[in-house]
Design a protein around this ligand. Structure first.
Ligand code: SF4
Ligand code: SF4
Length: 445
């Protein structure tokens, strides 16, 4: 039996939650759009490599593109239909990448292609990691990092704790909440595969106190043979960041520049685990994901099971939105991205879509005022960085100093500092850009 030492982390913020309107709405199947648009780059790592050609007919679940290296996953057809075009498509980052336009067969039953089931009893750890990669699984909490890479335990390290991240601390989002209430069997099956893959002896499901119903439900369903413990932690943003979760649950800090495994843990989003438990026994790939669609401008709010590649424009037409929409976010309001193009599509990493009107857009003020050195950003940063100092250095393009003396690369872009800044300084945007520049410089060396 392990001892839980702490139940929270230092600093953090308490943004208003706005989850009430969707948290009690069961997951519903979303209609199939006439065309799905599938960027080949929809995860961190190398984009998948195309296997189909224009004019080809494919069946739902069929492989469209294979993994292009270890840090890459394949892409499966979310609908049965015809490949109409292969050309550059817009993505949420604003970049254009190669993509597939797949036109669905009208009135098709949309049966899924049969797969090669991965037998839990006979599969080795390597087989399971391969099965997870073959299923195209990435972090569904929004990170879109290939899950099999995260689960590969480096030589000399030991995974003592497998932690399921059911925190969902982003305001508005309720997908993980619903998955925990509706897919307990998939979650426990996923845990079985992951325990074998990581050799973990202890499993902890971390859940924020605002989802006590999910915690109680899962607790009542834990199979007798699984060493699973439910740990409820206080509501605080960014509790769902994996380093914060490790601190809250294990009372350990992941060292600067380190990984969760340096604290003996592997952290996997709970919906990702459910998907592993659902897909591996069938040997299938991801074709759809649960997305919260909400915000003051949305008429039919809810948690929807949406085929990957469904165009955002089609989604908004189906749920109905007010005429005077001002902002559309992909993801939550804290870590998500405000989009300027409705022709992008739902990808594996899309956990939420939020739509606002002019009157209720969060933080409407555009003007940036000078820093008043109030220190609010320092008090908010959960990993004790100095955002005000980093902000000044970013303005002066002093990237080396930001990295060497102020640990820029540890910033995980939670946005807490920007959120509390009374001068409206977009600190997290500065840090995001600075990190991108530092990475680019490094790769050019
Ligand atoms: S965005 Fe970075 S600097 Fe700002 S609070 Fe979060 S971790 Fe700290
Ligand atoms: S919160 Fe904003 S104004 Fe206050 S110290 Fe930080 S950067 Fe300056």
């Amino acid at each position: 039996m392990f001892r839980l030492q702490k139940n929270t982390f230092k600093h953090g913020i308490h943004p208003p939650e706005c989850k009430d309107e969707t948290k009690d709405l069961a997951i519903r199947q979303f209609p199939f759009s006439p065309v799905v648009i599938l960027p080949l780059a929809q995860h961190i790592g190398a984009p998948s490599e195309l296997l189909v050609r224009e004019g080809q007919e494919v069946i739902r679940g069929q492989l469209l593109a294979k993994a292009n290296g270890f840090v890459s996953v394949p892409l499966h057809a979310p609908v049965s239909g015809t490949i109409r075009k292969i050309k550059d498509v817009p993505t949420v980052s604003g970049q254009m990448v190669k993509g597939i336009f797949l036109e669905a067969f009208p009135s098709d039953t949309q049966e899924v292609w049969g797969g090669d089931p991965l037998d839990l009893d006979t599969a080795s750890a390597e087989d399971i990691l391969q099965g997870i990669q073959d299923a195209g699984i990435v972090g569904l909490g929004g990170a879109a990092f290939p899950t099999h890479v995260k689960l590969k335990i480096p030589e000399g390290k030991k995974c003592e704790y497998l932690i399921l991240n059911g925190i969902e601390c982003e305001p508005f989002l309720t997908t993980d909440h619903r998955v925990m209430l509706e897919q307990d069997e998939d979650i426990f099956m996923g845990i079985r595969y992951l325990m074998k893959a990581t050799n973990a002896e202890n499993v902890i499901i971390g859940i924020e106190a605002n989802k006590q119903d999910a915690a109680d439900y899962l607790k009542s369903k834990i199979p007798a043979d699984l060493p699973v413990r439910i740990q409820v932690v206080p509501v605080k943003y960014p509790q769902g960041a994996e380093k914060m979760l490790i601190t809250s649950i294990l009372g350990k800090e992941v060292p600067s520049g380190g990984l969760p495994i340096d604290a003996g843990a592997v952290v996997v989003n709970v919906a990702t685990v459910a998907e592993i438990g659902r897909l591996l026994p069938l040997g299938r790939g991801i074709q759809e994901r649960v997305v919260t669609i909400t915000g003051p401008a949305v008429k039919k709010k809810g948690n929807y099971l949406i085929p990957i590649g469904t165009p955002l424009r089609f989604v908004l037409e189906q749920v109905g939105v007010e005429e005077n929409i001002s902002e559309v976010y992909m993801g939550g309001p804290m870590m998500g991205v405000a989009v300027s193009n409705l022709d992008i599509s739902i990808t594996k990493g899309t956990s939420g879509i939020l739509v606002f009107t002019d009157e209720n857009t969060p933080k409407k003020e555009d003007k940036i005022y000078p820093c008043i050195r109030c220190g609010a950003c320092v008090d908010a940063c959960p990993i004790s960085l100095l955002p005000l100092k980093l902000g000044t250095l970013a303005k002066h393009k002093s990237y080396d100093e930001m990295v060497d003396e102020y640990n820029l690369m540890d910033c995980f872009e939670c946005g807490s500092c920007s959120y509390v800044c009374p001068s409206n300084i977009p600190l997290v945007q500065y840090f995001r850009q600075s990190k991108a520049i530092v990475r680019k410089r490094k790769s050019n060396k």
